[in-house]
Design a protein around this ligand. Structure first.
Ligand code: ATP
Ligand code: MG
Length: 302
């Protein structure tokens, strides 16, 4: 364990330029069981720098389990997990962070009443002066937060405003800029657009693309194939804990991706269930083929 950790840290300290086609993070036949429940099984995944890898799947498909392994919250129980080609097994999220893997959770760890700049540096505050009169370097933190947010194209009126007053989308963006500033090489986003409206989702997608431009490998977890297809370079679809589709952008169309996400059989079953509910006239529901076809009307908007 210790040697692995040193190896990973060593790789960062050397600051070697990532080889263009070397995966930063890789899973080989990885799986995770919670007691008797096999939440994930035989998953292969590669995350490359300057690429957005989308992980899609329905509720309970194993998306969160997958990212919990990579972010150091849980350990895999089968297969291999490699960082920079070396097998790792993180025991805490701190170890993953030290290896350059940052995770932005949907329920962001922010202090709503604290100003934006304070949240930007939460847990890694800048200080000045020697001990024991060391104190927070407020000016420097404000200046840096302002610069970093602008660098990502995020313009906020006032960094003094409590972060709780920002919209959900803006908060996600601050979290992305923060991860970039603190040197993340891999950025994991767990359903960042799930609770957002059309416009705010667009803003978050823009910063996902900005993080990619900065050379990060982004893992974008989502239910929404339209959001995924707007920024994704690679698509992995999970179903009942196994990888059902693993395709690069050139290998899959939005239509195919949508069909994978909303399989015709599931929709037929749903229609059958609805027919048991009083007040729903299934004859008025669209035919199966219409249901599995991509929703053209939402495509441009989402
Ligand atoms: N701590 C746990 N203990 C037992 N079972 C778990 C645990 N966490 C997840 N599971 C099970 O593992 C499976 C995958 O769950 P997971 O949370 O990874 O799915 P998900 O794709 O993230 O779903 P959602 O879209 O609802 O967030 C589910 O059947 C779930 O009940
Ligand atoms: Mg989840």
């Amino acid at each position: 364990m210790t040697t692995e950790k040193t190896g990973t840290h060593g790789a960062i300290l050397q600051d070697k330029a990532p080889e263009k086609d070397a995966a930063i993070v890789e899973l080989r036949g990885a799986g995770k069981s919670y007691g008797n429940i096999r939440a994930l099984h035989g998953v292969d995944l590669k995350v490359f720098p300057s690429q957005v890898t989308c992980v899609l799947g329905d509720n309970g498909a194993g998306k969160s389990t997958l990212i919990k392994i990579i972010s150091g919250l849980h350990q895999h129980t089968e297969g291999e997990f490699l960082v920079d080609g070396a097998p790792v097994r993180f025991s805490t999220p701190r170890e993953a962070l030290d290896a350059g893997i940052a995770t932005v959770y949907q329920d962001l760890a922010v202090v709503p009443l604290m100003p934006v700049w304070r949240n930007f540096f939460l847990g890694s505050e800048m200080t000045k002066g020697p001990w024991p009169i060391r104190r927070l370097d407020i000016e420097k933190m404000k200046k840096t937060a302002d610069h970093e947010l602008r660098e990502m194209g995020i313009v906020l009126d006032d960094l003094e405003q409590p972060i709780g007053t920002l919209s959900g989308g803006q908060r996600q963006c601050v979290a992305i800029a923060r991860a970039v500033y603190f040197g993340a090489r891999v950025l994991i986003l767990d359903e960042p657009t799930a609770a957002l409206g059309v416009k705010q989702s667009g803003v978050v997608l823009k910063y996902i693309a900005a993080a990619r431009e900065k050379g990060l490998g982004v893992i974008f977890i989502t239910h929404n194939p339209h959001h995924a297809y707007m920024v994704g370079d690679h698509f992995s679809v999970l179903r009942l804990g196994t990888m059902e589709l693993n395709a690069s952008r050139s290998e899959v169309s939005l239509e195919e991706l949508t069909n994978h996400m909303a399989g015709g059989t599931e929709l037929a079953a749903l229609k059958h269930e609805l027919s048991q509910v009083r007040g729903v006239d299934v004859e008025e529901l669209p035919e199966e083929e219409d249901l599995t076809a991509p929703v053209a009307s939402t495509e441009g908007k989402s």
